[in-house]
Ligand binder design. Structure first.
Ligand code: NAD
Length: 497
């Protein structure tokens, strides 16, 4: 291995390189392994198991066996374990943040913030676990009692992406365990280490053997490995965050066993700046929303619509802020924009920008990969603003997932709402205006599950996060989030008169 000397942990036992099944850390049955790369320099610094169908089957067996006793624990017992896990996550923030920055590339300050954000879901569902109330229905005839109880769905398979290696998996595992489900998880191939460390801390918190299992697989082996879970009738729920094509595949492939599904999929968020907006607030909201995680965020503004009357003023203010951003590796404490995750990501950004330029877009700032001032990083892209963007461009239709802001102009409210909704996706949308009536009109017409109104960063553990249209279904976080992991059972008792 190379490059590992950069990774200094206070607890070396948090750098796990094994699967965790039935309470035991173990290699893949095949003995195969795959590499973990630091995207800041392209160097391999760790290896994890490259699992296949055998490991996937072992994980289901473990979770299925454990479910019978785990579901009988009281909600308060589960809540206490989640609280212990939450405390351990926070106590190990620095190590988790370092692991995350090393495998994912985000600046350390962002990685620390993600630890707090991911942990907030664990705390939230520890609190929600004890509030999984049912109902007693008013009887419609004498001598009857009718009740509705909530029960855990069973074994939950969680499949997660690389862009938020801690938060995405925490906000699936926590509600599942809180509900009384057991979990089998597969983190993204690019970022398994943060997830393994999180599970290590869950083990330390005392979750019983088999309640939480995790296996790693390379991109190539993801499909055959997860396929075992899709077809096994004991797996009762799939919870997935990732791209829309993979989400659709999971829904199709699991249809034979009619599993419950939560699909948090891709977005193509519009960000609208009306002529009556506070421009500094809008620039600030866009900077915070767009450049978080170097633009590799599902709710990241992807199409920025600026009213023609304020376009030049807005573009000038935005360009000043974007030019001031510092690009660099997480080891640089002033870095605000890290590397993209891998070659595929940088290729997509290059493709989008080249396509836009060939169709008339103009570079206001950036527009190229950054190699000159970063010694050894192949995956950096300079923060970019494109003006004169139009609907024929790939970046109008697809998520760019990088630090590129295309500016579109519009002249009236109806036109921009129609354009904003002209996408099969519906995850997030944002708009800036100081007109109260417009806030009401626009928020009711935008087709998205999450709307930022004069706000560029909207996610929180207390809010239901999720999309509509081809951005998927299901909600994570909030008082609604536990229901995705529970099923209703109606009990009707007679002969009571
Ligand atoms: P991806 O869909 O390629 O991969 C996500 C996960 O699915 C990974 O663990 C991967 O190994 C696995 N996977 C891939 N192909 C598979 C297959 N055939 N069978 C089983 N598993 C498979 O997505 P990505 O590129 O890693 O992540 C970026 C995408 O995730 C973006 O589209 C982004 O918008 C989306 N995302 C959505 C949310 C949300 O909450 N809606 C949050 C973060 C990211």
């Amino acid at each position: 291995m190379t490059g590992q000397s950069d990774l200094k942990l206070e607890r070396n036992d948090l750098l796990m390189n094994a699967n965790f099944i039935a309470g035991k850390w173990q290699p893949a049955v095949s003995g195969n392994r795959h590499n973990v790369m630091n995207p800041a320099n392209g160097m391999i610094f760790a290896e994890v198991p490259d699992s296949d169908a055998q490991d996937a089957a072992a994980a289901v067996n473990a979770a299925s066996d454990a479910f019978f006793s785990w579901r009988k624990t009281t909600n308060r017992e589960r809540s206490k374990l989640l609280k212990t896990w939450h405390a351990l996550i926070l106590a190990n923030t620095e190590d988790l943040a370092r692991l995350m920055s090393m495998e994912q590339g985000k600046p350390l300050a962002e990685a620390r913030a993600e630890v707090a954000y991911g942990a907030s879901y664990v705390e939230w569902f520890a609190e929600e676990a004890v509030r999984a109330y049912g109902d007693i229905l008013p009887p419609l005839m004498p001598g009857r009692r009718q009740m509705v109880v909530k029960e855990p769905v069973g074994v939950v398979a969680a499949i997660t992406p690389w862009n938020f290696p801690l938060a995405m998996i925490a906000r699936k595992i926590a509600p599942a365990l809180a509900a009384g489900c057991t979990v089998i998880a597969k983190p993204a191939e690019d970022t398994p280490l943060t997830a393994l460390a999180l599970v290590r801390l869950a083990e330390e918190a005392g979750f019983p053997s088999g309640t939480l299992n995790i296996i790693c697989a390379s991109r190539q082996n993801a499909e055959p490995t997860v396929a075992i879970w899709l077809h096994d009738p004991r797996v009762r729920k799939i919870t997935f965050t990732g791209s829309t094509p993979v989400g659709k595949y999971l829904a199709r492939e699991s249809a034979d066993t009619l599993k419950k599904l939560s699909l948090e999929l891709g977005g193509n968020a519009p960000f609208i700046v009306f002529e009556d907006a506070d421009l500094d607030a809008a620039v600030d909201g866009l900077m915070r929303g767009k450049f978080r995680n170097s633009g590799q965020t599902c709710v990241s503004p992807n199409r920025v619509y600026v009213h023609e009357a304020i376009h030049d003023d807005f573009a000038g203010r935005l360009a000043a802020r974007v030019r001031a951003l510092t690009v660099g590796p997480a080891s640089n404490p002033t870095a605000e924009i890290g590397p993209m995750i891998n070659e595929r990501a940088i290729d997509k950004i290059n493709r989008h920008v080249k396509d836009a330029l060939s169709k008339g877009a103009v570079v206001l700032t950036g527009g190229n990969t950054v190699r000159d001032h970063i010694a050894d990083g192949p995956f950096y892209y300079s923060p970019t603003i494109l003006t004169n963007s139009s609907e024929e461009m790939a970046l109008f239709c697809e998520e760019t997932f990088g630090p590129v802001v295309p500016l579109f102009t519009f002249s009236n409210e109806d036109e921009v709402i129609q354009k904003a909704n002209q996408t099969p996706f519906g995850l997030a949308a944002y708009f800036y205006t100081q007109n109260a009536a417009r806030i009401c009109r626009v928020s009711s017409q935008l087709e998205a599950g999450v709307i930022g109104i004069n706000e560029g960063v909207v996610a929180s553990e207390a809010a239901p996060f999720g999309g509509i249209k081809e951005s998927g279904y299901g909600r994570e976080g909030s008082k609604y989030g536990l229901d995705d992991y529970m099923q209703l059972k109606y009990l009707c008792e007679g002969e009571l008169a």
